[in-house]
Design a binder for this molecule. Sequence first.
Ligand code: ADP
Length: 319
Amino acid sequence: MKTIGVLTSGGDAPGMNAAIRAVVRTAIYNKVRVLGIKRGFNGLIRGEIEEMDVASVGEIIHRGGTILHTARCEEFKTEEGLKKAYNIIKIFGIDGIIVIGGDGSFRGARDLSKFGVPVVGIPGTIDNDIACTDFTIGFDTAVNTVLDALNKIRDTVTSHERVNIIEVMGRNAGDIALYAGLSGGAEDIIVPEIPFNVDNVCRILIEGKNRGKVSYILIVAEGTKNSFQLAKEVEEKTGLEVRVTVLGHIQRGGSPTAADRILASRMGAHAVKLLLSGKSNRVVAIRGSQIVDYDIDEALSMKKEFDHEMYELAKILSI
Ligand code: ADP
């Protein structure tokens, strides 16, 4: 293994830069050349590739986003697109590719591996929706961003004795909602993994009001119910004043937390070590405190488990 390519793909996540830095520096430390591929699989198909050195990843560990940029690439899902990418890989003499992204990106990497290109995936997404790993890079930062917003919203909600519905990201996963909801003491957490009914939510709010509660935060994960529709129904059924805050892309940005920087550094170094030891078609993961890896097909076939115990705890603690 003389030359490794690295790219970021799909939705960006804070800590991707720390992962790139770890890949580049671990490789160079081991006397392996690193090529940075810009704009995900798009840049691979188009040969948007530059050599990276130790200095090119300086001053980025604390920065959100990704210096390699990221993109979605429909062409890469076609045989023709894959062939173009494979040709570029041969032209540039790339011996293995590290893909930092979500499960869509790992599917792309898996397709590329069928051409005999060794690939390793690093889970980078704020959604924490990758089944083989306890945590993905960017999740902790996103949860802290939501928590910061929740604390601020709590101030105004309490002053006005209102309800605020905070809509958070997560695609089809409720982890951001669950972790931010538990740590922020949300009155209720609505996630795609748990069926919910509006009357139950209203009952929680009315019971709280009867006990003298003056502020109510409901966290709703995107992919559940339209927050504005929910607000309307809750307002009609409880008589409480309801406001909606959709946090949106603010959750994707910001300086990564220490936890994300450490996770990214460990995962990036592990990915390089896998390629150098001849292991390929793997996805890096963290289980407990251990960095581990899985076969990419196995990783893609695993089903993400929702933490029901934590969800129940959040319910109990918000009574
Ligand atoms: P994420 O990696 O964050 O899940 P996407 O699902 O958008 O993001 O995937 C990123 C890119 O990975 C896509 O634009 C596409 O190039 C590639 N990709 C996604 N799904 C597949 C698939 N089923 N087969 C091949 N490539 C895919």
